[in-house]
Design a protein around this ligand. Structure first.
Ligand code: PAF
Length: 284
């Protein structure tokens, strides 16, 4: 595996691969890699000749300084994991080299960011939009891989690529879960064993909502029941629960949608966790 930190070097290296006719997959990450990242990387290795994994904790997408400084990091373990998977390139820029100037360009995602993360983390997606644009411009991959746990991120990136005619395929990869059902996340490392147990209740709640929606109950009532399910769990603080159309991100008023997404965000031991479940309410 070749490790590159300079933006101009990744640009030239990726361009040389393309000129040789090799396809490139990009897996953008913020490090502290886990099984969820591995699923993205394995998919890229399967689909492409060359896989580039980026590790960069993007300060622009953190709307709280405390969250940024507490973001987990395990660079040596990450590198060992990437080596063992035979990833071709690790791109790990420094903040100084990546943002030589503080960007003045603003990216907004209109109605797609008026709910969920966009509503609760002001400025978050503007920061994601900038960093993903820069990475796509530097690497110019054929495909880029994103986890569906970050459903709204996946949706806004797909839309950005569509709106700006960016020549890349955005591939969404299913959420990987612990045996307990807890969605894999770098932030889980900050939880105690008790916190991990509490966190696993999030998925149970989502499954409960799925069952209720499949019985054709009204989404508004199911949402109220889900909030009450979570509020009974000691140590779990709900930030939001939403039942939405996973494409438009508008509230599901009825169960007559091809698919609905039940989305959760909240805190366990001060750690912010998100999760979602997407399903067709008409299918059992
Ligand atoms: O999902 C993430 O880890 C980040 O938001 C991403 C896409 C790497 C951008 O910093």
């Amino acid at each position: 595996m070749r490790a590159i930190s300079a933006p101009d070097e990744i640009f030239i290296t990726a361009r040389n691969f393309r000129m040789d006719g090799q396809s490139i997959g990009l897996v953008p990450t913020m490090g502290a890699l886990h099984e969820g990242h591995l699923a993205l990387i394995k998919k890229s290795l399967e689909d492409n000749d060359i896989t580039v994994v980026s590790i960069f904790v993007n300060p622009l997408q953190f709307n709280s300084h405390e969250d940024l400084i507490n973001y987990p990091s395990s660079i040596e373990e990450d590198k060992a994991m990437l080596q063992s998977l035979e990833v071709d390139i690790l791109f790990e820029p420094t903040k100084e080299k990546f943002y030589t100037l503080k960007p003045v360009v603003g990216i907004s995602f209109g109605e797609l960011e008026t709910t969920l993360e966009g509503k609760h983390r002001p400025g978050h997606f503007a920061g994601v939009g900038i960093v993903v644009n820069k990475l796509l411009n530097l690497v110019q991959p054929d495909r880029a891989y994103f986890g569906l746990k970050d459903l709204q991120q996946y949706a806004i990136i797909r839309r950005m690529v569509e709106d700006l005619s960016m020549p890349v395929e955005i591939v969404g990869v299913e959420t990987i879960r612990e045996r307990s059902g807890l969605a894999m996340s770098s932030r889980n490392r900050r939880l105690s064993n008790e916190g991990l147990d509490i966190g696993s209740e999030i998925y149970k709640g989502l499954l409960f909502a799925e069952g209720e929606l499949k019985k054709k109950r009204n989404p508004k009532d199911v949402k109220a029941d889900l909030v009450s399910f979570y509020s009974d769990i000691h140590g779990l603080e709900v930030e939001y629960v939403e039942i939405l159309d996973p494409v438009t991100f508008t509230s599901a008023q009825t169960v007559h949608h091809d698919e609905v997404a039940v989305c959760f965000a909240g805190y366990v031991e001060g750690v912010r966790l998100i999760d979602n479940l997407i399903f067709a309410p008409d299918r059992s």
